[in-house]
Write a protein that binds this ligand. Sequence first.
Ligand SMILES: Nc1ncnc2c1ncn2[C@@H]1O[C@H](COP(=O)(O)OP(=O)(O)O)[C@@H](O)[C@H]1O
Ligand SMILES: [Mg+2]
Length: 141
Amino acid sequence: MEIKNRMRLELMSKSQNESFARSSVAAFAAQLDPTLEEIADIKTAVSEAVTNSIIHGYEGKEGLIAIDCTLFENQIQIIIEDKGIGIENLNQAMEPLYTSKPEMERSGMGFTVMDSFMDSLIVESQPGQGTKIIMTKKINN
Ligand SMILES: Nc1ncnc2c1ncn2[C@@H]1O[C@H](COP(=O)(O)OP(=O)(O)O)[C@@H](O)[C@H]1O
Ligand SMILES: [Mg+2]
């Protein structure tokens, strides 16, 4: 598949940067002429992944979050990576309603939302090393 365009963003793990990340990816994705619904889905998925890096990956401490976006003819790939604490039990983490932070009133639906709003979701994580989310969504098909 031919790459049409590509961008990379690196952000500090601050909650103020979540809306910046979401809007930046949406603005970049706009080049593929997506529907409003497709843009809304992408924003929601990016928001969930970046929030997870801030809250879970770095647990509110300082760290960097990298966002890579690649545009293909009819598809966007978004990679969101942190170098935080990582995930010990990935199967459990990805179950609907599972959260390791119930005291923070997390819904446990972040991965479920990413999975349902995007066309593919791959999570790679190593305890102590960090977490990498690779998502794709077809646009205008
Ligand atoms: N980037 C991350 N780094 C470390 N742990 C993560 C990360 N993303 C998700 N997790 C783990 O996976 C669980 C499920 O995530 P999610 O479905 O978004 O639910 P929630 O964020 O509401 O807890 C989290 O509670 C956390 O334990
Ligand atoms: Mg979450």
